[in-house]
Design a protein around this ligand. Structure first.
Ligand code: OGA
Ligand code: NI
Length: 358
């Protein structure tokens, strides 16, 4: 199946809506009552909870120490979400890349429209994910680009302005890929697999790495909508660089939504659906969403590590036993992604649908 070459209806930039100064949001952005960010969630006991914070010590050691590996193991099993500091990516680069993207979104609309995306590849400037006509939309715009595999990388599709954006994204991407390889190795060892198991399962040098920069404009009615609907990330693993000054990311833990309080220069790491499948659900991809703010915009960079599009992803045979039989059917990432790209993001319904019937 090919994706349609255009959106089902004219694209409206959320940033333009926000800038009109209207005090009500269009109906298209109003979520059903049960999906809205209920204010009571933010005042309960979960307020003091946060996802685990792990010091990788990579600024002073070249490799990850045993005690740190153990902390990562617990975080992967119990949370599927954690933040890392001393990850080896310089604070200047972390702040610089976020702020240059903020500048990108603050440029005149005509400059951004040059990069307007289509559902064929999603690369470029976008304002929605699914292609269902009349769908309820999220309160955000984004920019999506490919870094790996190298044959998908095309600098002409990256913004040419502000100056140095391309250079900075290159530098940041190189660092993220380095850190990604380290963590895939740590996960493999922690699972009792060969250290290069996950890297190889993802297609080795053909692993995918792509960036979605999210821009959440101010929203006059933040209680009625979401910046990003509840979802789990479809790929392997995500590195999220959050806005340091504005919270918004919430992670589901049991029946509650926990607001991530970012540590300074931290990177948020989370498990995606493909690692849930590969590990036969020893590690789980966790639902998360983004709430928006009445007087502050928010910028975040989500770097996705994905399997090569045509390799079959199935539970590792080493992790399948008579007591823990394979939970999922195998599928390529390409087939998997199609579901999300046609229907939009819908909680964890896709990974659940891959389960063998009981
Ligand atoms: C995503 C995502 C969270 C955020 O892009 O998949 O979950 O804080 N982003 O922007
Ligand atoms: Ni996500």
């Amino acid at each position: 199946m090919n994706y349609p070459s255009d959106w089902p209806e004219p694209v409206v930039r959320v940033q333009s809506l926000s800038e009109t100064g209207d005090t009500v949001i269009p109906d298209r952005y109003i979520k059903p009552p049960l999906e809205r960010p209920s204010p009571s969630f933010n005042t309960g006991s979960s307020d003091n909870l946060n996802i685990p914070l792990i010091d990788l010590h990579l600024s002073d050691h070249p490799t990850i120490q045993k005690a740190t590996m153990d902390e990562i193991s617990v975080a992967c099993r119990e949370w599927g979400f954690f933040q890392v500091v001393n990850h080896g990516i310089s604070p200047e680069l972390v702040d610089g890349v976020r702020e240059i993207w903020r500048e990108f979104f603050h440029q005149p609309m005509e400059m951004k429209q040059d990069y307007a995306n289509a559902p064929t590849t999603y690369e470029g400037y976008g304002s929605r994910l699914g292609i269902q006509k009349g769908a309820i939309l999220d309160w955000s715009d984004y920019f999506f680009l490919h870094y790996l595999p190298s044959n998908l990388k095309d600098h002409n599709k990256w913004p040419s302005q502000p100056p140095f954006l391309r250079d900075m994204v290159e530098e940041y991407s190189k660092e993220i890929v380095r850190l990604g390889k380290i963590l895939l190795k740590v996960f493999s060892i922690n699972l009792g697999l060969e250290e290069d198991y996950l890297q190889k399962a993802f297609g080795d040098d053909d692993i995918g790495a792509c960036l979605r920069v999210n821009f959440y404009p101010k929203c006059p009615q933040p209680d009625l909508t979401l910046g990003l609907s509840s979802h789990s990330d479809p790929g392997g693993m995500t590195f999220l660089l959050p806005d340091e000054n504005v919270t918004g990311l919430q992670v589901r833990k049991g029946g509650e939504w926990i607001t991530v309080k970012p540590a300074r220069h931290a990177m948020v790491v989370n498990i995606g659906d493909q690692i849930q499948i590969l590990t036969n659900a020893i590690y789980k991809s966790v639902e998360h969403r983004v709430i928006v703010n009445p007087d502050k915009e928010r910028v975040s960079l989500a770097y996705f590590f994905n399997p090569k599009c045509d390799v079959l992803i199935a539970p590792a045979s080493e992790l399948v036993t008579s007591k823990t039989p394979a939970l999922y059917q195998s599928m390529t990432y390409d087939e998997y992604r199609r579901f999300i790209r046609t229907k939009g993001i819908q909680g964890k319904s896709q990974v659940e649908s891959l389960k063998f019937p009981k």
